[in-house]
Write a protein that binds this ligand. Structure first.
Ligand code: NDP
Length: 360
């Protein structure tokens, strides 16, 4: 029996609960890459993995005790997605009301945001990191609930592809939380403002769209996919993960200490104009955004893992990454060209490929 009102407000309640856990649970204080108004590096309370674990335990207790059917979020998926969309729209308005104008058009300020690094609870929570955290945890809860629906529907013959998909996407979420501090060095954290794009993106899009593969197939029976397809899917996913995680870790290590070998073994090859440095070796010598290629491969591996390559739904996820990351690379390239000038030109000459070596 579905309860539309509860379904609609479920994400509001879940997000409030996760925010509460994040604020009260112990955390490590980590210096980020973004600069505050006084030119000092911002510090962040990082406890994503612990908040994730406690949230999962609460979900499991609710499931075992019978308070919440295991597939409750699946049953209420449309209501939940609608509630999260409305919440995203309203919070984006609130974020706009609380921050001074940037002078751009109303629509641009609403979409891209006004405040750069809003802090909550006297600095105990950073709005951007909270948005990513709550989105990641609700994505995992949706994932578990959607898989539960599949297993409950086909207890005798659940699809190995569905289980593999859940395992790989869980890897993706946990990987983000394990390396949460590395995310402090990514574009959205140090270069973007908090507006509809980030708020709605984290609250509505991330938890519901990223598991789009299961929206499409969780209610279908086992497709009987051959083992080689599942192996191929896993290899594609982990090849992508190696590129994305490797490139991010290499840049993170370089920004913290350019003179130190990566993983204590590989000297960092870089170019310099005497003032600034850019990596041009390792992952950053393969293409200028090989990390984006990694993300696209991971998404492709996920689509394949469901074992229904002719089904359209799972392919929406890699398609979304193409639409997101190709323009994002162009934006970042423009930003870096303006920031580094002639040094960026030299980097472009040394590493001519944008994302895919020898192709693009
Ligand atoms: P990058 O991690 O590629 O960061 C770009 C910034 O890194 C540039 O603006 C520049 O910043 C610096 N930089 C670029 N080239 C070099 C170089 N050669 N040497 C040193 N510094 C360089 O991009 P994003 O922040 O967009 O992405 C971060 C991660 O998040 C990626 O792995 C990406 O794939 C992932 N991601 C995941 C998404 C998802 O939904 N799963 C969505 C979007 C991204 P500066 O000079 O100011 O330091």
């Amino acid at each position: 029996m579905t309860n539309p009102v509860l379904g609609f407000f479920a994400p509001w309640l879940v997000y409030t609960g996760i925010l509460g856990l994040h604020v009260v649970l112990p955390a490590r204080s980590i210096e980020g890459y973004a600069i505050d108004g006084r030119g000092e590096r911002l510090r962040y309370r990082i406890n994503g993995l612990l908040t994730f674990a406690v949230s999962l335990v609460i979900w499991a207790i609710a499931g075992y005790s019978g308070v919440l059917p295991w597939d409750w979020l699946w049953q209420h998926r449309w209501w939940g997605a609608a509630g999260a969309c409305v919440l995203g729209v309203l919070l984006s308005l609130a974020a706009m009301a609380w921050a001074p104008s940037t002078g751009r058009s109303f629509v641009a300020q609403y979409f891209f945001g006004r405040a750069e690094n809003p802090r909550l609870f006297g600095g105990r929570a950073d709005a951007k990191m909270v948005l990513y955290l709550v989105g990641a945890i609700l994505l995992e809860l949706n994932l578990l609930s959607f898989v539960a629906h599949h297993v409950l529907a086909y207890p005798g013959d659940p699809s190995p592809g569905v289980i593999l998909y859940a395992a790989l996407l869980t890897w993706f979420v946990v990987d983000y939380l394990v390396f949460e501090r590395v995310h402090l060095y990514t574009y959205d954290l140090f270069a973007e403002r908090v507006g509809f794009k980030l708020i709605w993106g984290c609250l509505a899009w991330y938890p519901w769209f990223y598991c789009v593969g299961l929206w499409a197939v969780a209610a279908l029976p086992n497709a009987g996919a051959p083992a080689w397809l599942l192996v191929l899917a896993s290899l594609t996913f982990f090849a992508g993960w190696t590129l994305a995680r490797g490139a991010n870790m290499q840049k993170y290590a370089f920004k913290r200490d350019p003179g130190r070998p990566f993983l204590e073994r590989f000297p960092q090859t870089s170019i310099s104009d005497g003032r600034r440095r850019l990596l041009c070796g390792g992952f950053w010598g393969v293409s200028r955004h090989v990390n984006y290629l990694g993300e696209i491969l991971m998404a492709t591996g996920l689509a394949l893992s469901l074992g229904r390559p002719s089904e359209l739904g799972p392919w929406l996820y890699p398609l979304y990454y193409l639409l997101l990351l190709v323009p994002r690379e162009r934006d970042d390239d423009r930003r870096c060209a303006a920031k580094y000038g002639e040094l960026w030109e030299r980097y472009r000459e040394r590493v001519p490929w944008r994302i895919v070596p020898r192709l693009y």
